[in-house]
Design a protein around this ligand. Sequence first.
Ligand code: FES
Ligand code: FES
Length: 159
Amino acid sequence: MDIKVNGHMHRIDADPDTPLLYVLRDELALNAAKYGCGLGQCGACTVLVDGAAVLSCVTPVMLIEGRSITTLEGLGGPDNPSPIQRAFIAEQAAQCGYCIPGMVMRAQALLARNVDAGEADIRRALQPNLCRCGTHMRIIKAVKRAADLMRANSAKGAI
Ligand code: FES
Ligand code: FES
């Protein structure tokens, strides 16, 4: 089976019903998406499929063949962080950090479809994602800051 992740095609050797999360972590060494509950209840495993936030622990890999997957690694890295990554760093949103990749990806999906999302929209969008450290207020501030950065980039024509 061939899958497209972060703009690159990969040939994978996995049973069709293998959760996408296992393929990302175990076959492609993309370890940003985390295993939290494995039951679709915590959001730690959130990635984007065609731009929409998806819980990769309960998504069989056969369902995403031919679609475009983005993980946190695909947004940017230490040398070229994306606006949302810069915002999470600036607001020091992470405590243990385990939930943060999933939070970032779900927030990215929200801001990509509505960069003017307000606090109520952010809270609603992030509801499926849990943070056991309780850094929710800093996470919300980070998403607001990311929206500001994205709007500024858009105004400069550097989307
Ligand atoms: S690990 Fe996927 S929702 Fe918890
Ligand atoms: S920062 Fe620890 S679970 Fe969210």
